[in-house]
Design a protein around this ligand. Structure first.
Ligand code: FES
Length: 367
């Protein structure tokens, strides 16, 4: 029997031969078209990983490299790179007729997906039985081998000590001890290029932000975040962490998946100078958007105001203040009680409807 054909015109040879690699569409089929040594080849323009536009990537040797997370597929055979040959994308026959290029959509080869090992963070979040669990995250920056007293971290340590004495489990993460890359803007390529687990975490086994993701998504019921005030805002390490947490928020928006269910957060904010409320507002806004709950009075703070320039005294005052330590203990209790309410299931769970602030859904046809 004659094979079926479905030839669709892609365009003029003189136009299509101007670029070594390009993304084209034939009806609704996306195609990565390569032109090399006077010859066209075509593979699917949809990457096996998360659907990235392969034709918008680049040619690396004989492979088309996806622009989203750099998976590679042979430009002629569609096979994945060595070791992942079975992970292949369809190839399409082409013909040049006169001055035009045509693709045969009926004769595509099959797509083959070889499952890549799942990242451990990708497992479904499931709260294990046990007492309320508190993770403290210190965002203070300091010289590693010349440690100094941190007012926010000392109060965080007090809160965690109290949590343990109260029968909770507690864990401290100092962001400065972790080697992790800043967010590199995968979301800016496409919402779908910002994956869970984080694209960087999946690609870079040396990146240590997985410890934060593991604690927040899979382990803790309570997050206590401690930060100094820097130029009226939280510390630079805090922002470095939250930019990387875009992948958690993005799951709510693009996948209807709420990774931080039944979690409570509280904050410890200290500054030699001021803007406690502005800093607290930023922290609250971010964690609210991740679907995290807050206890009544969700932060404690200390600042001596705009005119205070005597930082030595600021450290001494915090170190000696029983009132602040008491405040730290009370904060962790409030957070743990709020988390316990949710963990016991007395707050009804609902299906996620456009979580985060993106409640607006554009009408069909409008993007
Ligand atoms: S590598 Fe192509 S979508 Fe991730």
């Amino acid at each position: 029997m004659e094979p079926e054909h479905d030839w669709v015109e892609l365009g003029l040879v003189r136009e299509l031969s101007k670029r070594e690699l390009q993304q084209v569409t034939a009806r609704r089929t996306r195609i990565a078209l390569t032109y090399r040594d006077g010859r066209f080849t075509a593979i699917s323009g949809a990457c096996n990983h998360a659907g990235g536009p392969l034709g918008d990537g680049k040619l690396v040797g004989d492979y088309v490299e996806c622009p989203w997370h750099y998976w590679k597929f042979h430009h002629e055979t569609g096979f994945g790179e060595p070791g992942f040959e079975e992970d292949r994308v369809p190839t399409y026959p082409l013909k040049v007729d006169g001055d035009r290029v045509f693709v045969d959509l009926a004769q595509a080869t099959a797509r083959g997906k070889k499952p890549h090992p799942l990242h451990p963070l990708a497992r479904k979040p499931k709260r294990e039985d046990g007492p309320v669990r508190v993770v403290g995250i210190s965002t203070t920056v300091m010289t590693q081998d010349h440690p100094r007293f941190s007012t926010s971290e000392s109060l965080l340590e007090e809160a965690l000590r109290h949590a343990v004495e109260s029968g909770y489990e507690a864990r401290l993460i100092r962001l400065r001890d972790l080697a992790f890359r800043p967010c590199e803007g995968f979301y800016s390529k496409s919402a779908r290029a910002c994956t869970w687990p984080c694209s960087i975490t999946q690609m870079d086994p040396n990146d240590q932000l997985d410890q934060v993701y593991e604690a927040l998504v899979h382990w803790a019921d309570v997050f206590l975040v401690a930060t100094p005030i820097r130029w009226g805002a939280a510390s630079s390490l805090y922002f470095k962490m939250v930019e990387r947490m875009n992948c958690v928020q993005n799951q709510e928006t693009i996948a209807g998946r709420h990774l931080l269910k039944n979690k409570a957060a509280g904050f410890i904010i200290t500054g030699g100078q001021d803007n406690v409320q502005g800093t607290a507002g930023q922290l609250l806004g971010f964690f609210a958007e991740l679907g995290v709950q807050f206890p009544q009075f969700p932060y404690i703070a200390h600042s001596r105001g705009w005119s205070a320039e005597d930082m030595e005294n600021n450290m001494r005052i915090v170190a000696e203040s029983e009132a602040l330590r008491e405040g730290a203990r009370a904060l962790v209790e409030r957070c743990a009680e709020m988390a316990a309410l949710m963990v016991r299931g007395t707050i009804a769970e609902r299906d996620l409807v456009r979580g985060g602030r993106k409640a607006y859904r554009p009408p069909a046809g409008e993007s």
